[in-house]
Ligand binder design. Structure first.
Ligand SMILES: Cc1ncc(COP(=O)(O)O)c(C=O)c1O
Length: 422
């Protein structure tokens, strides 16, 4: 006999809704407060006024360079500006195409457009990350760079993506904004492609409200990115510090020392947070694996992922909606792409500057006289495979306050709902 669902008046599996909130910013303790206060007391809020040894931005870069084993790190004021500077680092500009996945935060597409290049949308597969099969189809002679995005803590299929990129000698820039700390087959995300870009915005695993970082082993990429992130880069560093043979006018994406101090203090939280997310996620995945009718998201490296989301697919979009409604009634918070009050900005079909047809002629790189490729515009239906997966996906966000018992109740509720709904 099936148990009466809470949505039909039965007793919910949990008495109260699961928590669901931020990660890094959910806990800010005295260490973090002291770190910011010490910058205020020094009265050096700008990195080039603080000696390199105590500059918080320089220390943050050193921490990441050491952790990731990369030669160059550049702190910037956001994930979007990290992407823009990273793309400049790869000399991306008007006339170029950049391949991005159909499922990523709108900023990935906006960053490409900010460089004057044309975004080309590749489908996502059952990992909800870039589908290597479709990526191969989207490469053209104008492809300057490939940007896999490790969404929601899940690594993209980097072996396959790198194989395709290498076969065409096209550099890869990894967007790690949502997967700080994760790895793929033993390598940290952000270190597999030529460039890795991180975000420390408030929704991210560790945060300073706003902030970002670029990592690379390539000196020229670093020099170009650094010049783009600071139009006065050459002045702060002294004329002889670098022998550049190129010039970029640049903008200013510098990170404030206050933000750098906060996220540097937060770095101590990264591994403990990941350990907790992974414990909870592992338990949910193990308990839900055999539920008839549900398929778990295909995670390319379960050991390396962050564990911040648990996603599974119902057989049809309609069943996904019904399943999610029933699970929410059991006090297990979850979402589908249908139930947001605003259109999900992570899905390509909702990116207005590409989909609405309102893009201004002068600001739409695909209308630029420099561009000779095939993209004439975009259509909300051009990613049917991605919309198919996303339409059937049910996602649970995991935060550090979930316990093992919470994980078990999620599994219990999924079994209960599956029996009644599927
Ligand atoms: C995948 C992805 N890329 C880029 C960004 C942009 O980062 P930021 O908000 O720090 O500019 C985000 C942030 O939300 C993101 O999730």
């Amino acid at each position: 006999m099936t148990e009466r669902l809470a949505i039909d008046g039965g007793t919910p599996v949990r008495a109260q809704p699961l928590s669901g909130g931020f990660h890094g910013s959910a806990e800010i303790d005295q260490r973090e407060i002291d770190a910011v206060l010490s910058v205020l007391k020094r009265k050096r809020l700008f990195r080039f006024l603080a000696p390199e040894a105590i500059s918080e931005s320089a220390q943050l870069e050193a921490w990441y360079a050491q952790r990731l084993g990369r030669k160059y790190c550049l702190a910037v004021n956001g994930g979007t500006t990290a992407l823009i500077a990273g793309l400049y680092g790869l000399d991306t500009g008007p006339g170029d195409e950049v391949i991005i996945p159909a499922y990523t935060y709108v900023a990935t597409a906006a960053a490409v457009i900010a460089t004057g290049a044309v975004p080309v949308i590749a489908e996502v597969d059952a990992s909800l990350n870039m589908d290597p099969v479709d990526l191969a189809k989207k490469i053209s002679k104008y492809t300057k760079c490939i940007v896999p995005v490790h969404m929601r803590g899940i690594p993209a299929r980097m072996d396959e993506i790198m194989a395709i990129a290498n076969a065409h000698a096209i550099p890869v820039l990894e967007d790690v904004a949502q997967s700080n700390g994760a790895s793929y087959k033993g390598r940290y995300l952000g270190t597999i492609g030529k460039v890795g870009c991180f975000s420390f915005q408030q929704y991210k695993i560790i945060t300073s409200g706003e902030g970002g970082l670029i990592v690379t082993d390539d000196e020229e990429v670093y020099d170009r990115a650094r010049m783009q992130h600071d139009c006065a880069a050459r002045f702060w560093e002294g004329v002889d510090a670098h022998k550049y043979n190129f010039v970029i006018s640049g903008e200013n994406y510098r990170l404030s020392e206050l933000s750098a101090a906060l996220v540097l203090a937060q770095t101590g939280r990264l591994d403990p947070l990941l350990a907790q997310f992974r414990m909870v996620k592992g338990r949910m995945a193990a308990g839900a694996r055999d539920i008839a009718g549900l398929t778990l998201q295909d995670v390319p490296d379960p050991q390396g992922e962050c564990g911040i989301t648990f996603t599974f697919f119902a057989p049809t979009p309609d069943l996904a909606k019904r399943f999610a409604a029933a699970l929410n009634a059991e006090n297990i918070r979850c979402g589908t792409i249908y139930d947001n009050s605003i259109p999900d900005r992570h899905i390509y079909s909702n990116w207005p500057f590409m989909m609405s047809g309102l893009a201004e002629e002068r600001r739409a790189p695909w209308k630029s006289p420099y561009y000779k490729g095939a993209v004439k515009g975009y259509s909300p239906t051009e990613g049917p495979q991605s919309l198919g997966y996303l339409g059937r996906a049910i996602m649970i966000f995991i935060d550090q306050f979930f316990t093992a018992q919470d994980a078990d109740l999620v599994v219990e509720a999924m079994h209960k709902v599956a029996k009644a709904v599927l």
